[in-house]
Design a protein around this ligand. Structure first.
Ligand SMILES: C[S@@+](CC[C@H](N)C(=O)[O-])C[C@H]1O[C@@H](n2cnc3c(N)ncnc32)[C@H](O)[C@@H]1O
Length: 233
């Protein structure tokens, strides 16, 4: 890890802590983007490239947009939204940070991606089960563990009938304690998507190229085309 990346991570934790002490779990994102003042190296996750675990999975899955409606959750500077756009999706991407959305619009001004300022917990009403493909990359893991179920419920709600969801996240074992930001997800955490009526159709575990490799999960879900009765014995 370079000094710049290390410094950016330390500063991020500091800002997150300052807001957490005030009981504000969400305000630090806007504060961080604002303080970065257009320098993406100040944002630990913003490398101006599509997420590499997403790219690898999409290549294997031969992901194609075919003008289907995609929603990118917590899109930050919009590189994953751009990736889906280039694959032929009709893309809406949102983030709670107005500064991030302004920045993403500037970076991807040559596209017609709809970049929207919105809070996952108060989304537009017509987004309910409205998308063919929903993408979530690293938005669940920086939000406090006591919000995890609500975050997952909110994301699941965007997936339309027969629609799909891909989740890219840091992963941990069910019996491992996530000690510091970002708080990795376990398979047990992820099972909440299934409680929301989604079916897991693919699960991949990959190692990052960090000095001590960090585990990532890329998980794919589908919402069945209709409600399925479960026979109770
Ligand atoms: C760790 S960053 C990841 C950004 C992007 N997905 C990426 O991988 O580069 C988490 C993002 O989620 C956004 N976010 C956090 N809470 C949110 C919420 N309640 N509603 C919408 N976006 C949120 C943050 O502003 C931030 O851009």
């Amino acid at each position: 890890m370079s000094f710049e990346t290390h410094d950016a991570r330390e500063r991020t934790k500091q800002i997150q802590n300052e807001f957490a002490e005030k009981g504000d779990a969400l305000g630090w994102f806007e504060a961080l983007y604002k303080e970065a003042a257009g320098d993406n190296e100040k944002i630990p996750w913003a490398d101006l490239q599509p997420n590499k675990f997403l790219r690898q999975w999409a290549e294997r899955a031969n992901l194609r947009g075919d003008n289907r409606k995609a929603l990118v959750v917590g899109c930050g500077l919009g590189d994953d939204a751009r990736f889906l756009y280039d694959l032929g999706f009709n893309v809406t991407a949102f983030d709670i940070s107005a500064t991030a959305i302004k920045w993403a619009r500037r970076l991807h001004a040559d596209t017609d991606i709809k970049f929207v300022v919105a809070d996952l917990f108060a989304p537009l009403k017509d987004w309910y089960q409205a998308f063919d493909f929903v993408l979530e990359v690293y938005t669940i893991q920086p939000l406090p563990l006591d919000m995890r179920k609500d975050v997952i419920d909110a994301i699941a709600n965007f997936v339309g009938l027969k629609g799909k969801l891909a989740v890219v996240t840091r992963g941990r074992e069910d019996d491992e304690q996530p000690l510091e930001l970002p708080w990795a997800l376990s398979r047990k955490d992820l099972s909440r998507f299934e409680e929301n009526g989604l079916k897991q159709i693919n699960f991949e575990e990959m190692d990052g190229d960090e000095e001590t490799p960090i585990k990532r999960f890329v998980v794919e879900y589908e919402r069945p085309s209709s409600f399925q009765w479960v026979e109770i014995q």
